[in-house]
Design a protein around this ligand. Structure first.
Ligand code: ZN
Length: 85
């Protein structure tokens, strides 16, 4: 069997946690807009950031749901098709 030089998988340092990781779908999120198809920050950093953002935006999300419900209620009341339970 011949020995073939297999180049190492590309690795990249995450600018968030400074770990150097192999660039693949396990360590980095896929993003078609990034040069090599993966995001700059590693998946762990991105997940943590998204978790934080989701929590921080919870009040705003709840406010939008309340507004939308009030809107729809007003609409159905105006059409006479709304009956409060
Ligand atoms: Zn990271």
């Amino acid at each position: 069997m011949r020995c073939i030089d297999v180049p190492d998988a590309p690795r990249r340092q995450c600018p968030g946690c400074f770990r150097t990781l192999a660039v693949n779908g396990n360590n980095f999120h896929a993003d078609a807009l990034c040069a090599d198809g993966f995001t700059r920050k590693c998946a762990d950093c991105r997940n943590a950031a998204e978790r934080l953002r989701y929590r921080l935006e919870a009040p705003e999300r709840a406010r939008r749901v309340r507004e939308r419900r009030a809107e729809r209620r007003a609409y159905f009341e105006s059409t006479g098709r709304y009956e409060a339970a």
